[in-house]
Design a protein around this ligand. Sequence first.
Ligand code: PEP
Ligand code: MN
Length: 338
Amino acid sequence: MIIVMLPEAKKEEIDEVIRRVKELGYSPHPIFGKERTVIAAVGDERGKYRLQILEALPGVDKVIPILSPYKLSSREFKKEDSIVKVGEAEFGGKEVVIIAGPCSVESRSQILEVAHAVKEAGAKMLRGGAFKPRTSPYSFQGLGKEGLELLKEASEETGLPVVTEALAPHDVKLVARYADMVQIGARNMQNYGLLQEVGKIKKPVLLKRGMMASLTELLMSAEYILANGNKNVVLCERGIRTFETLTRNTFDVSAIPVLKELSHLPVIGDPSHATGESKWVLPIARAAVAAGADGLMIEVHPDPPHALSDGKQSLRPEEFFKLVKEIREVARAVGREV
Ligand code: PEP
Ligand code: MN
């Protein structure tokens, strides 16, 4: 951390900053310049006592952090890629893991049909929402516990592990009982109570980027989960809000290499929620894999025009078959496999 003093700072003010830096457990290294004094405070600034509070002292202009504000999720903390295992699926290794399934679990026949189709096509995990975060309280909210039971049945029939969303802290234990991986949706990325709850469970967590969240904020949210004891976190870029209105969101392809550089955690892409349009899912899926994504999350529905949520962006099983074939080629081109 660097503390920059104002040009008019008095000697007593500089001495007081040096005294406070020591008091907080850091070693101060002042540099007395012609115009200004700057004080380098050496020590791990992400500890309990944040030096940022010194900004309030008289004579201080600004306090500039040097290290990233997240620790456990950073590459500085762990150099090698983390591998997150969910059943047979492994995120962060050579394989590009494809997760597929409907936006919402709607019925027994729907989820079983999709589960069998996506498995046959090459998906390694099944998705499906039982607790749905809908913009309108009048839209389909999901089947709740019944949806979890149906997902479990589909998982047992196909052998595919399942991921599904927990919407509220009080649902986490129930969801974790049925699911192999618990999803935190974009709208909940900064629900810190929920992040703390999933930090305390043993099941891996799929953390989706908030639609208005920076990458630093996403990594700070991952930090909440890691700091609470759960080391199995997979990050997901699912598109952010921009001024563009022709797509549902704007897929931030650069998030993938940037997150992989800053963090050891696996990163996947969700081109379905990013584009909001089934015909654009494949090109964006290709881009994500080419950019280094460790996996994809794709919405698939047997009858998209009758889907209870996100029908417009859902692929039919035969379209999903084609997507997996094409993604296999892209993966091969970048030294990965599907
Ligand atoms: C979902 O995956 O079903 C979902 C609601 O996605 P997001 O949280 O990214 O909008
Ligand atoms: Mn959806």
